[in-house]
Every structure is written in structure tokens, then in C-alpha cells.
Design a protein around this ligand. Sequence first.
Ligand SMILES: [Fe+2]
Length: 381
Amino acid sequence: MREFRVPGLILTGSGSSLGIGRILRMRGVRHAFVVSDWFILATAGARAVLAAIADAGVQVTTHDRVTGEPTMEMVERAHRDCATAGADAVIGLGGGSAMDVAKAVAILMAHDGPLTRFEGAEKVPGGRVPLACIATTAGTGSEVTRFVIVTDEARDRKMLISSWEAMPDIAVADPDLTRDVPSRPMVAAGIDALTHAIESYVSRRSQPMTDPLALSAITRLSRALPRVLANPRDDEARAEMSVGALEAGIAFSNASVALVHGMARPLGAYFGVPHGMANAVLLPAVCEFSRRDATDRYARIGTAMGVGDGSGDGRDTVTAIADLCRSVGVPTLSDLGVARDAYDLVLGAMASDAIASGSPANNPRIATEAEIVDLYRAVWA
Ligand SMILES: [Fe+2]
């Protein structure tokens, strides 16, 4: 049996985020707690969303304290503010970090903490306040996923909550809100989304309901990302990226990610490499490693990218992925501030953390710890 879930309501298209207030009001919401950060809340797009919510008769309390990737402290502070405000719905407005904090707050508004109680798979009991996530980047897909990632400072580790209760009730992917994203974060978000699509398509947990979404996302993202970078006013390409990231999010929420994500997380934990860039650095080499055990799937990914007729061995696909990463300016690890000697010292630890995350077990070709160390060495530049 395969299980496939999506949020009950998904809004897409230019201006779609302006409809959220009316929908919340119709659902009986009186007071929404909006989790975001100060940079996003200063943008014209976010201000218009907040005004539309208020115009619909829903009181708004904003929280602008999500600074970087979520931590327990950030979640606890947001939860305190939400409880003090007496809100009866939570909205995440931002990238993956704001949306993940919003998900955690919605869980804590319904269930006693600490959040660590809910670490792992399906540990969140049913019932919580309404939760909407409005994405301002075309990347993480968090608006449609069941995942929450929060760093637990006390244990110095990233905690993963994987629960259908963390999936928002309403997801919004409005391309207009991505206009304020600078080009480098746009690349990171776009390649992150492409990695979600590729990994969910080759995942051992891929399924008939996720495959078409993954392939569609690969086509949209691989075509649209270079166009948006070349011309930030290309609204058609921006809309394609927005839908592509959403499709990729649905695909990986139901089929999981694999070795690239498993290896990317330690690069973030040990060296602070941003999530999307860590994926981007690893993606071509890990696809080349994995291709042998899923040649047909990699060949079809190539077709989705406009390369080959799907009958090859996937080699052209890997070349196309590497070319795409190069053309959009994916930096090297040394560009990202990783020092070679420090990197060499933790290769074994990173490989074992990657395996412990569980994601590499979904990869078509299962990598040993030694092979993961070799892959980390191979991507060094
Ligand atoms: Fe990701």
C-alpha cells in the first residue's frame, strides 16, 4: 500500500496569496499569528498579504524573529508570543525556516511540549489549530510537506519531525512573492527544489502518484531557473518555478529524498553551508554514482530536461545536470568558506551522520560509509 497526501487547499498563481484572509475568515478564524522574519515583512508583497488578511476581518499578530534556520529557542519564543496573543490560527510566511517554525508553533498550540517529544515519524497526535503556509521562495516546498526541521541546541543536532499533522491545511505558492529573492538564494532554492524532484523520482519509495509530479517539476525548474536569473522580470518563468517547487515538494513529502539530502545535511551542520547550496554542490556527483542502479529513471529525467529520448544509460542526464549547475553559478565548497583541512578531518563523521539520517537508504544505489567519504572527496573544489 502506498500513501499519498497533499494539503486540502493549494493556491497557486499571481496574486493568490491575497486570497488567504477571506478563506481563513470563512473557516471561522478570528486571529492569525503570522510567523516570518523582518526582511520579508518589510517587502511590499508581504505587506499586501497582511493587509488583505486584515481587510477580510481577521486580526493579525506578526512575529518577525525567525533569523536563519530554526532552533528550539526560536520555536519556543514564537510559541510564547502566539499563546500570549491568543491567536486561533498560525500562518508561516517566508522560506523554509519561517514555515517550519510556524508548523512547530501550530503543533505546540495544541499539544504540551517540549517539541522534542514529537521527533521522528508520526509522533504528533491529531488535532491542532488551522495552519497555512505561504512560500516566498520557490524552493523548499515546506508549504506542502509533512516535515519540520529544528536544531536542538541542547543536543547539538538537527531534529526531524515527520508527521502528517505537520502538513499545512492551506498551501500558497504565489510567484509575485518571490520577486524580492536575490539571485544567489534563488539559485540555492531552485536547485534544492530540483533535487527534491530528482530524488523523489529515483527514490525507492517513489510511487505512481509522485512520478508525474516529479518529472513535471524537473521540466519546469530546469527550464525556468536560468530564465529567471537572466531576466528577473520574466513572470512566466517565475510562475513556472513556483509551481515546479510545489510539485517537487508534494513528490518528496510522499516519496522521500535520498542520498543527496542525506549528505547535504552534515555540510550544513559542520560548515554552515546553506541547505540548497549543499545539495547543489553534491547533486551531479551523487547522480553519477547512483545512475548505475536506475539507468532507466535517470534517462527519463534527461528527457524531462530535454536531453535524449529516454533510452540511454542516464550519462547525458548527469552531464545536463552538471551543466545546469555550472550555468546558474553554483559555487564550490571553498567559495562557500569550507577549509580543506577541516573538511578532511570530519569526512568520516559526516558520512556516518549522513547514513544515520535515513535518507541514503532511499537511494537507488545504497552507498557504504567509505563510498560516501569518496563522494565528499570527489565534490571538493
Ligand atoms: Fe531540500
